[in-house]
Design a protein around this ligand. Structure first.
Ligand SMILES: C[S@@+](CC[C@H](N)C(=O)[O-])C[C@H]1O[C@@H](n2cnc3c(N)ncnc32)[C@H](O)[C@@H]1O
Length: 197
């Protein structure tokens, strides 16, 4: 963890407070600003490893939480996990079998970056599209969705797609994002449903 993120203040704070990554503070900030999660909400978390968002989610809802990742997620009390690809229809089916109602879909997934800006931007937007499709397949009308994205030439089109599917859509740059990063979150509330492709 240290080598990947650098031992900056946020990393050290996360370590001291028992969170699995510094990303914990991003979800806290999103929740404080937008109040997307309520106490009885079932949550599906896409790209959830190592699991700091799951730790925060556990404090925000008393209902069920499913974390999905390509990598295994080390056990967390009261959290169900699926090791798989969010683009795999079988994973969507597994979620539907486990949860009758999904109120919230969160996605902090990122692909492995190559360092080539335009190639990486395209892969990130592709992952964003996969997350949106996933959300539209499982969310109940009125549900909420938040997804990590990055500013770039493909961003406006993806943002517009979110606006077609949710009544209220905003962007949010969190304070714990590293300086100079183009990372931002789309927070989309009140799923219209059914999905617009
Ligand atoms: C920044 S980490 C998520 C951190 C997490 N929110 C936390 O708080 O611990 C991004 C994760 O996205 C996952 N990921 C990327 N593409 C994925 C895919 N297609 N399906 C599932 N997980 C994916 C990666 O394996 C990685 O664990």
């Amino acid at each position: 963890m240290g080598s990947q993120w650098g031992q900056d203040k946020t990393y050290l704070r996360a370590k001291n407070e028992g969170f699995r990554s510094r990303a914990a503070y991003k979800l806290m900030e999103i929740q404080t600003k937008f109040g997307i999660i309520r106490r009885d909400d079932n949550i599906v978390d896409l790209g959830a490893a190592p699991g700091s968002w799951l730790q925060i989610e556990r404090t925000l809802t008393d209902a069920r939480i499913i974390g999905i990742d390509l990598n295994p997620i080390a056990e967390l009390d009261g959290i169900e996990t699926i090791e798989g690809d969010i683009n795999d229809p079988a994973v969507v089916e597994m979620v539907k079998e486990k949860l009758e109602v999904v109120n919230i879909v969160l996605c902090d997934a990122s692909p492995k970056l190559s360092g080539h800006k335009s190639y990486d931007q395209a892969r990130i937007i592709d992952l964003n599209e996969q997350a949106l499709r996933f959300a539209c397949k499982v969310l109940k009308p009125g549900g909420n969705f938040a997804v990590k994205s990055f500013q770039g030439s493909d961003f406006p089109e993806f943002y517009a797609k979110c606006k077609l599917n949710f009544y209220a859509v905003k962007t949010c740059m969190t304070k714990s994002t590293r300086k100079g990063s183009t990372e931002l979150y789309i927070v989309a509330k009140n799923f219209i449903g059914p999905a617009v492709p």
